[in-house]
Design a protein. Structure first.
Lengths: 285, 338, 611
């Protein structure tokens, strides 16, 4: 019974995957693709419009910013940060959230209560504020951005997955496995986790979009990577200052964020439909 | 009614506990910082010995739990310390910027609810019409992919820069003197009887609140749609049809009344997020609220302010959650009368 | 003059590009004040009639030919507005699941008020007075308070009475009751049936009573139409149809359900099961022919027409003369019930649960002082209604819960670890859908206990799986299937096989045949008897169905509100019940003899069994 799994057939999944893959490739090969060094300042040609507009130069396909840096090159290098953060932090948050959700949902009782209260405390903060506070505590840098997004967003997984684990745990086949004398960990791994994996994958895909946004917010307020590493949020913050001189500078990073987030969202939605996970809708935020 | 009072009472108790834990956590996280608050509060010419004296004065040499206990003691007396950067009382700073943010968030919540419920009903209405449904669904995912700060930039570009139709900095035009009664500007301008000022204030708030409201509406839309779809699978909808009730009646009395419940609990979470979203929107619109204060404090490593605004955000989210839970209780007899 | 007349009514569905027949050539007429029973197994298409009348068929389903007229007007061609005007006023419905048929966020008063407003009662005072009168007519006590209650606060039986009151509120000419008692307890079922019949007589209403229970239909209906695979197979006056069935399927239905009186006879377990909707269009001859005990070659050639076998009695069978010759197999010798040696003793078991939150904690006692013993190779039946504690007892016995007081002793001393219990006692779950992991193959599922031991090689496991499947009457190839590819009966067999794999001395079977059609139920009951002969084991068989317990079990315990109220040898308890509750249970069963009087108790005015 080998056939292409159904989720591969969905147009949304394919569209989302291919756009995300393209962005990943662009990020990976940024040094080859970028026409300039992203930090190279050409002070003679600042705030150039894109090449196809009057005044544009073919040398700077998407124009330059207020310091005369190539916008395209900065976008490509910025994609490296965005994708690294998206992949690693959503993976980390997924692992942390999933483990706690399974433990809470399966064992119930005091463990469930404790984990539930921790989630409550976490949820009493807007995630952006919490991430900001973690960044203040941890200090700037790519590793810390990833860490603080993991520390903030594991609750998104934990909340939704826990209810799914509860539903699965109530199934009689889980009880049957208990009666046959399997160990708890084995039951979680063999009977419960396979049933919650579709939801997990869907949530992870949505989380990648969220991580891109959070990273952009953090770098916008200057709390992400250090200033010499180009990031999309930083580009937006720079461009905002010269908004009257050149609005193009603002448009490109905004588009880059939108396209990336859209790709992850459409992928998540396609997965939700084909893997038939109902709880995922409630998670969107 | 009793049940609601009981709930609010319980939530207040729980919130106090949460606030205690949160303040302790905040305290610890902020002490991880590699900056020295004592050194920062001294002029650059201060000697090592002077700084050390200041450290002792500020209690920074004490063990962390003891420092927290001291801080908590002050906090309970309404003293959250003095801003290192502004050299003003932190409580005053926070209280002067909190109303602006709450006002903005409330307006945004109204916009998000109206757009969300309206859009959800529209999405639901289009069910089964393949092309329409697909287009609207894709549109809602597109909206979902635009976070509030992108909306803010987009609205500034279109209405501020290109059309020059609306202002996009601050709360009020510079020619007006800001009245201070309650701190809620929309209310204050009306209280002092200045409709022109009120209108100016509305124009200033339009873009930021729209950015927030529009950004948070698609989630509400989609959840309302899917809850309505779920509810319409239920037998009581079928039975109401079999009794010959009209479709409108079924939608409003049977469908919406049930579908609003899961939507409402989602809105509780969403509004918490929305309140966090004010941070960047305020920065982008140079709106003098909690968000702007936070970002300034972060840039200046102004620890007392960060600690205080962290708590302020937390308090507001807890209030929002309690309010939403109370609404849920009013609308859902199953939890009200167990 | 007939009220509802169907002539060659056919409904078809277009699913995935093909057109499938759902109902074929339905013909009947129903006069005012009469009851028509629509009898068939699940999936036979009997619910489609109600949906056709309301024109609320699922998407893709449509009436393809024939006519359906109501009071002389064509229901199919009628404009939607006009039909909607009929619904609730002239045509009313009584649903299958009363609890889910009422809106959970509206009070009973709001819902009945909404309906009365549609019926034309303009003021709130009028509606209230009318609602109270209606409650009175369905014997619902304390109407005033009931108006302010929400559906979750009252029992299923009360919900159903509210719905019956609403159905009859507009003095409709036709009421369609779709399995109105399936979701309710036995004693409530009988009362609801009695209530519907009383209301029908009082209002001179015509009723279409849809049910899977031929015996019940015989007692309350004037005419019966038997459906098989979407086709009418027999139609005639109820008593005649029951006492002299003219179609082999009707006869087989009778012989497949165990009786409550007389000698214990063996069941006629038909092979296979009714084909699914997708196979119907490929059936060339009689749909029942492949399972029919008297089928001949001619049966599979052309579909038989409904032909009159007696005045007003028609059957679609070319062998209807042979129907009377179908008899149940001779009674099989049941293995002798144990040597009085107990394998399990329950001693004064109590179980209380704490419910509610931190503030208002309440104790609910699910089991009170339950003592009994299970003997070697004995089948012990436990009967009781919902809330009687029978499922709690099962969970205690297998070790899923610990008793609050008392103890359970096994013949061989087992410690509390599950590994040791495994070969002592196993549970067969009620719902095979939930009991089988959909992501695992049948072969893996049935040998899970070897996996838990962790010693068997894959080859040994496969061998054991084949062995087990053979034992429970499934083909060895089934080992490679997933549960979703099995029918309900097959899933339940797999469920039993898994429990048997560890060769336990005791099986606890919790309602394992409820929810299955009678022919599948007969197959499973015979399987259990066959297994008992092959490999002696003891079984605790929990069921709400007295006739099944009578058929299968040596002894029986009757449970009521957490206590054992009566126990003894099955024959004795059911022949001469001592406790009033046992008597009430027995009285709620329609008698085998269609002409015997059956008058189940009415609701007493204060009878509102707690939810």
């Amino acid at each position: 019974m080998t056939r292409i799994p159904q989720w591969m057939m969905s147009a949304r999944v394919l569209a989302g995957l291919s756009v995300a893959a393209l962005i990943c490739l662009a990020a990976l090969f940024a040094p080859l693709l970028a026409p300039h060094d992203p930090n190279e300042q050409t002070l003679t040609s600042i705030l150039l419009p894109p090449a196809w507009l009057p005044g544009g130069q073919a040398d700077f396909p998407l124009g330059t910013d207020s310091l005369g840096r190539c916008v395209l090159s900065r976008l490509l290098y910025g994609a490296r940060i965005a994708m690294t953060v998206a992949l690693l932090s959503s993976f980390g948050a997924m692992v942390l959230g999933a483990v706690l959700a399974h433990v809470a949902g399966y064992f119930g009782g005091a463990v469930d209560w404790l984990i539930g209260r921790v989630v409550d405390i976490w949820m009493s903060f807007p995630p952006v504020i919490l991430a900001l506070i973690f960044m203040v505590g941890l200090g700037p840098g790519l590793r810390n951005v990833i860490l603080s997004i993991i520390l903030v967003d594991w609750t998104r997984f934990c909340r939704v997955l826990r209810s799914e684990v509860l539903i699965v745990t109530r199934r009689d086949y889980v009880t049957a496995a208990r009666l046959l004398g399997f160990s708890h960990w084995r039951i979680i791994a063999r009977e419960i986790a396979p049933a919650t994996t579709p939801l997990l994958i869907t949530l992870a895909s949505l989380e990648m979009g969220i991580a891109v946004i959070v990273e952009a917010i953090l770098s916008f307020v200057g709390l992400s990577v250090t200033a010499d590493t180009p990031a999309w949020g930083q580009m937006i913050a720079d461009a905002r200052l010269s908004i009257y001189q050149s609005s193009w500078n603002l448009v490109f990073p905004v588009l880059a964020i939108f396209v990336t987030v859209f790709a992850f969202n459409i992928l998540g939605d396609g997965l939700r439909r084909t893997l038939d996970v109902r709880l995922a809708e409630a998670q969107r935020a | 009614m009793n049940a609601i009072l009981l709930l609010v009472f319980r939530r207040v108790l729980v919130s106090v506990v949460i606030l205690l834990i949160v303040s302790a956590l905040l305290f610890c996280i902020l002490r991880l910082l590699p900056v020295d608050p004592a050194a920062m509060s001294m002029p650059p010419t201060a000697t090592i010995a002077e700084i050390e004296a200041k450290r002792r004065e500020m209690g920074l040499h004490l063990p962390l739990p003891q420092q927290y206990a001291i801080w908590l003691g002050h906090a309970l007396r309404g003293d959250l310390g003095t801003s290192i950067h502004f050299r003003r009382s932190v409580v005053q700073l926070v209280m002067s910027s909190l109303p602006a943010t709450v006002e903005l968030a409330l307006l945004a919540m109204v916009i998000a609810s109206v757009l969300g419920v309206g859009g959800g009903l529209l999405l639901f209405h289009m069910r089964g019409r393949r092309v329409c449904e697909q287009i609207l669904d894709l549109a809602s995912i597109t909206l979902l992919s635009i976070p509030e700060f992108l909306w803010a930039l987009f609205l500034i570009l279109v209405f501020g820069v290109w059309l020059e139709a609306l202002p996009f900095t601050g709360r009020l035009s510079s020619e007006f003197q800001r009245p201070v009664v309650s701190g809620f500007l929309l209310l204050d301008t009306l209280l002092v009887g200045r409709p022109d000022m009120f209108w100016d204030c509305v124009r200033h708030m339009l873009l930021p609140s729209l950015a927030l409201g529009v950004a948070f509406s698609p989630t509400i839309m989609r959840v309302l749609r899917s809850s309505l779809l779920d509810v319409y699978q239920e037998d009581y909808i079928h039975q109401a049809r079999l009794r010959g009730q009209s479709e409108w009646r079924i939608l409003l009395r049977h469908g919406l009344k049930n579908a609003i419940l899961p939507t409402l609990s989602l809105m509780g979470v969403q509004f918490g997020f929305l309140f966090g979203g004010t941070l960047l929107v305020e920065v982008i619109f140079s709106y003098p609220g909690l968000g702007s204060l936070t970002v300034d404090a972060v840039r200046n490593a102004d620890l007392p302010i960060i600690q205080a605004v962290g708590l302020a955000y937390c308090v507001v989210v807890l209030v929002i959650n309690t309010a939403v839970d109370a609404c849920y209780l009013v609308l859902n007899p199953r939890v009200r009368v167990a | 003059m007939s009220l509802l007349v169907a002539r060659d009514l056919s409904v078809s569905a277009s699913i995935g590009g093909e057109t499938l027949p759902v109902l074929q050539s339905l013909c009947f007429s129903l006069a005012p004040g009469k009851i028509l029973g629509l009898v068939g197994e699940s999936g036979a298409g009997k619910s489609m009639l109600g949906l056709t009348i309301a024109q609320m068929l699922p998407p893709g389903f449509a009436c393809s030919s024939g006519s359906l007229s109501f009071g002389g007007e064509d229901l199919i061609a009628m404009p939607a507005v006009k039909r909607r005007a009929l619904l609730g006023r002239d045509i009313a419905f009584i649903p299958q699941e009363p609890l889910s048929a009422l809106n959970p966020v509206l009070t009973i008063g709001q819902q009945i008020g909404e309906h009365l407003a549609r019926l034309g009662l303009a003021t709130a005072a009028e509606r209230k007075a009318r609602a109270l009168a209606l409650f009175d007519s369905v014997h619902l006590p304390q109407g005033e308070q009931l108006l302010d209650r929400y559906p979750h606060q009252i029992s299923g039986g009360m919900c159903q009475r509210v719905l019956i009151a609403m159905a009859f509120a507009g003095k409709p000419r036709l009421v369609i009751a779709d399995e109105p008692t399936t979701a309710l307890d036995v004693t409530i079922q009988a009362r609801i049936v009695r209530l519907i019949v009383d209301m029908q007589k009082r209002n001179h209403t015509a009723v279409v009573f849809i049910t899977h229970d031929l015996r019940l239909a015989t007692h309350i209906c004037d005419d019966i139409l038997v459906l098989y695979a979407g086709r009418p197979v027999e139609y005639g006056p109820a008593r005649r149809l029951f006492s002299a069935p003219a179609h082999p399927y009707t006869r087989c239905l009778q012989l497949a359900s165990p009786s409550m009186r007389g000698e214990r006879r063996a069941l006629l377990a038909l092979p296979e099961r009714m084909p699914g909707l997708r196979a119907w269009k490929d059936l060339r001859g009689c749909a029942f022919a492949p399972r029919c005990p008297v089928a001949i070659a001619g049966c599979s050639q052309a579909p038989p027409a409904l032909a009159e076998t007696a005045p007003g009695h028609r059957a679609a069978c070319i062998r209807s003369a042979e129907t009377g010759g179908i008899v149940a197999p001779p009674p099989t010798a049941v293995a002798p019930a144990g040597e009085h040696q107990p394998v399990l003793q329950a001693q004064r078991l109590c179980k209380t649960f704490a419910i509610g939150g931190l503030f208002r904690r309440m104790r609910f006692s699910a089991l009170r002082d339950v003592s009994f013993e299970l003997r070697r190779n004995e089948f012990l039946g436990i009967v009781g209604e919902s809330g009687s504690g029978k499922t709690t007892l099962a969970r205690l016995l297998v070790g899923l819960e610990t008793p609050s007081q008392g103890r359970i002793r096994f013949a061989t001393e087992v410690s509390d670890t599950r590994r040791q219990r495994r070969s002592e006692i196993q549970l067969v779950f009620q719902d095979p859908q939930s009991a089988l992991n959909p992501r695992r193959r049948v072969g893996t599922i049935v040998t899970q206990s070897l996996e838990a031991e962790g010693t068997a090689t894959p080859a040994a496991r496969a061998e054991r799986a084949r062995e087990l499947l053979r034992e429970i009457g499934l083909a060895p190839e089934m080992a490679a299937r997933f549960p979703a590819q099995l029918s309900g009966g097959q899933k339940q067999r797999v469920n039993i096989a898994r429990a048997l794999c560890a060769s336990p001395k005791i099986l606890v079977a919790d309602e394992i045949v409820s929810g299955l059609d009678v022919s599948v139920q007969a197959q499973l009951l015979d399987l259990l008897i066959a297994l008992r002969r092959q490999r002696p084991f003891s079984m605790i068989f929990i069921s709400h169905d007295l006739s099944v317990v009578r058929y299968l079990c040596d002894r029986v315990l009757v449970m009521y509100r957490g206590e054992i109220v009566e126990s003894g040898a099955t024959g004795e308890v059911f022949a001469a019940p001592k406790h009033p509750y046992t008597r009430a249970l027995l009285a709620a069963m329609p008698p085998d003899d269609p002409s015997a009087a059956w008058a189940p108790a009415l609701f007493e005015s204060d009878a509102g069994s707690a939810p």
